[in-house]
Design a protein around this ligand. Sequence first.
Ligand code: M6R
Length: 342
Amino acid sequence: MRGRLLDDTGTAKLGGLNLTDEELLRFDNIVLTACGTSWHSALIGGMMLEDLARIPTKVEYASEFRYRNPVVTDRTLCIVISQSGETADTLAAMREAKHRGARTLGIVNVVGSTIARESDGGSYIHAGPEIGVASTKAFSSQVTALLLFTLKLARLRALSPVRGREIVDALHALPGQVQNVLDRAEEIEALAEEFKRASNFLYLGRGYNFPTALEGALKLKEISYIHAEGYPAAEMKHGPIALIDEMMPVVFIAPHDSVFEKVVSNVQEVKARKGKVIAITSRSEPSLEGLIDYEFRIPETLDLVTPILASVPLQLLAYYIAVKRGSNVDQPRNLAKSVTVE
Ligand code: M6R
């Protein structure tokens, strides 16, 4: 974020887009494409763009995008997200979008990587080298970069300076808030001790934190080899609810946001079936009393910033469970840091 936030005007400055403000305003739709964790960032970015910039946005698995017949024109902006900048499916999706006339922007970590070089413009996330196979700081930085881009586009379109400044203030507060979560890592370690022998986990969230649930589940699967599913909390009753019994830990991402009350009713559904509820909350909530077994509190922030904060305890939970199970957290089995084959 350093050097990219404009406090007075409540917007962001991104040097590498290679697009003037007038050109940015010409697009009538956006496609975000990526794989894995980067696709989870894309889901959050897509929600932000529709929410704040009010532009129709689709989020596509890169591996699927190029094998169907997507509606992409020269009025489409295609945002390609990749930590490595070398993922074969993502690169191919970007080439396909270009071929169909779209303008491409890369949100990439590795400087000089193929996606960074071949995209028409973009923004480096500057997360530093990410060594562990499971993506963590790249996820946080991708979501942050997407928020900066959204802020810029939204301010050019309809977002008020007041609302823009609110977001800038929330972003300034973010590093300290992430540190606050990291400083309490031992709370998560204790939680990991409780659940290290579980065979399954369910992660549930709504709105901006539905992708956070997917990401939490992916981290656990990757490094601890525990089966985990992420789901939109309200979809649980359409199937996964059948899995819930006293052996099933259910992680709810439940900060005090616009969908909080809705999440509470989903917590009740799990508790009624004796599931073990672990809740990531952001304040003391009387409506959750008696419903949750374990709680971890993240600092309060704007709805759209909550995924960045809530993902940190989920990353730590996966990490501590994996360490306690004796897994190699840096190099999990069957996985490569960068998937350069189709
Ligand atoms: O380098 P990329 O961001 O393009 O990689 C995409 C996925 O392969 C990657 O995010 C993968 O899902 C991670 N191992 C997740 O932790």
